[in-house]
Design a protein around this ligand. Structure first.
Ligand code: ZN
Ligand code: ZN
Length: 187
């Protein structure tokens, strides 16, 4: 099996994370996960769903996307085009998957980052519209917070965040929200 990026380096079989069989490219340091091996490994580790809340303004300050990350490529197994899913925001990182055979391609450093984020246990989920929506909402949420901090200062903004969390968990929180809105309505 050849590297999907340079199409000439032979991938070498390796075992990572105790019992996950992968195919590694020593040239670009990318990793191919065959569907069967990955699913086998998932069974042993539990396929916990990725949690979008771990996403911050940047994915990981230490992460530098591989140059190969932007390059479209073909599945090393069955030669279908690999589809891409953007992971997180703030930094460019695309995970690739073959829709035909179900394999995944991680460029250099991507598997390690997915592991760090706890996203490695269910890579399929990262390709669902549900996940993409959750990422968009998370990004919006962080932007909103940043704007509020800019507008009213960190101290007051933090009080507002704290208050919002309290009201969210109070069954009558919406009364308090309505009160605040009236206070600022048509002054
Ligand atoms: Zn390679
Ligand atoms: Zn394939």
């Amino acid at each position: 099996m050849l590297c999907p990026k340079d199409r000439e380096t032979e991938l070498e079989q390796q075992t990572i994370d105790d019992n996950l069989t992968v195919f590694h490219c020593r040239q670009c340091q990318g990793t191919w996960l065959e569907a069967e091996n990955y699913q086998e490994w998932q069974k042993t580790g539990g396929d916990k769903l990725p949690n979008v809340d771990v996403l911050g303004p940047v994915l990981d300050p230490d992460f530098e996307a591989s140059l190969e990350d932007v390059q479209a490529s073909l599945c090393p197994g069955c030669k279908h085009y690999l589809s891409r899913s953007r992971i997180g925001f703030g930094q460019s990182f695309f995970l690739e998957r073959c829709k035909n055979c179900g394999g995944f391609w991680c460029d250099r450093g991507e598997w390690e980052l997915l592991t760090k984020l706890g996203f490695h246990t269910n890579l399929e989920y990262l390709f669902t519209p549900e996940w993409q929506d959750a990422v968009r909402r998370r990004e919006q949420h962080l932007t909103e917070r940043r704007v509020l901090i800019e507008k009213v200062g960190e101290e007051l903004a933090n009080q507002v965040f704290e208050m919002a969390a309290k009201l969210e968990s109070n069954p009558n929180g919406d009364f308090a929200v309505a009160y605040l809105m009236r206070r600022f309505d048509g002054d």
